[in-house]
Write a protein that binds this ligand. Structure first.
Ligand SMILES: Cc1cc2nc3c(=O)[nH]c(=O)nc-3n(C[C@H](O)[C@H](O)[C@H](O)COP(=O)(O)O)c2cc1C
Length: 328
């Protein structure tokens, strides 16, 4: 079994958005070193469905410095990403750096993909009206790009409504998701909504019940400092976010890795109890085969996503993919 949306097979394991860049992951200089170094120890993404890094409609500087091509990181280790290998965690505040959706579509790389994949999009405009306008633009651009069968393989849209690094409170977006889904319905492609564990279960169930919502990704990074009763931020990072310490303008960042797993598991259990009506793609702290097996016990979980494990425990990637193919 794997994640089938509107008759399209998106496989049992996907990339977490942001992990493979806009097109392949080669946009990240660390991959140039890790890939040849660890290839024979299992650093391979074969069998994993590609999900693009989130793009906004317009070009956005964000906090990562990029080369002239607008997508390749200039630094081997950008200062808006902090990785703690031994703790198995990462904190990032990339802030959706990117050249904009139309620029990406003009490169015709997504159109040439031969397997089903997902395009992740988000609007971070300042007001509700501007965000609606930006989403209308995103839908128009995707529609235009699809005219005349320009895409070789089918794609789903992954609607990111939970990026903590854009200067917006994510709950600001929640009541906008249903009208957003009304608009995206016109695209006639599967729509997957990416949320985080801060979203109340009843709000998620309402989103899931919308006819345009085909699946939910739970979840995104956890905004720094949230759920202090469940995450010991002081133990992890001391008294200040290391991202903020590096550069005050970056914000505090969002947490990836190990501490997320029990949180998403608990959220999924509560969502199942509430009778959530669409499949869930589990994402957060999945860094071992055992965690894949644990997720597979939940009937609503139809796939899992590989995130920061790809740079925190890269040698485990192939095993996790293999296990997902076995379990889902
Ligand atoms: C460097 C980095 C960049 C990310 N970029 C995005 C992004 O563009 N869009 C998105 O929806 N999530 C993004 N994420 C969040 C991941 O997709 C994932 O939801 C999160 O890291 C939790 O999964 P993990 O604990 O397995 O890493 C990013 C995470 C990291 C570490």
């Amino acid at each position: 079994m794997s994640l089938i949306l509107r008759g399209i097979d998106f496989g049992p394991v996907q990339g977490a958005s942001g992990i493979q860049g806009f097109f392949s992951g080669w946009e990240y200089p660390y991959r140039w070193v890790l890939t040849p170094l660890l290839y024979f120890f299992g650093y391979r993404f074969d069998g994993m469905t590609f999900v693009s890094k989130t793009s906004t409609l317009y070009q956005r500087d964000g906090n990562a410095k990029v080369r002239k091509n607008g997508i390749t990181f200039r630094n081997f280790k950008p200062d808006c990403i902090k990785a703690y290998i031994f703790k198995g965690i990462a904190l990032n505040s990339v802030g959706l750096t990117g050249p904009g959706l139309n620029n990406l579509l003009r490169r015709k790389k997504w159109q040439k993909r031969t397997e089903p994949f997902m395009i992740s999009v988000m609007s971070v405009a300042g007001t509700k009206h501007e965000r609606q306008f930006e989403h209308t633009g995103i839908i128009h651009s995707l529609k235009q790009a699809s005219v005349g069968g320009m895409f070789t393989a089918p794609y789903a849209v992954q609607l990111n409504v939970s990026c903590p690094n854009t200067g917006h409170a994510t709950d600001e977006f929640w009541d906008e998701i249903l009208p957003m889904l009304d608009a995206y319905e016109k695209l006639k492609v599967p729509i997957v909504v990416k949320i985080n564990v801060l979203m109340p279960i009843d709000a998620a169930c309402k989103i899931a019940d919308h006819p345009a919502c085909d699946a939910i990704v739970q979840g995104n990074t956890l905004p720094y400092g949230s759920l202090p009763d469940r995450v010991n931020w002081y133990k992890l990072f001391g008294d200040q976010s290391p991202i903020e310490k590096t550069n005050e303008t970056y914000g505090k960042g969002g947490l990836s890795g190990k501490p997320l797993f029990p949180l998403i598991l608990n959220w999924i259990d509560r969502a199942e109890e509430a009778g959530i009506s669409v499949p869930i793609i589990a994402c957060g702290g999945i860094d071992s085969r055992a965690k894949v097996r644990e997720l597979a016990k939940r009937t609503s979980v139809k796939a899992c996503a590989i995130g920061s494990v790809s740079f925190l425990r890269p040698w485990r990637v192939a095993g996790i993919i293999k296990e997902a193919h076995k379990c889902f």
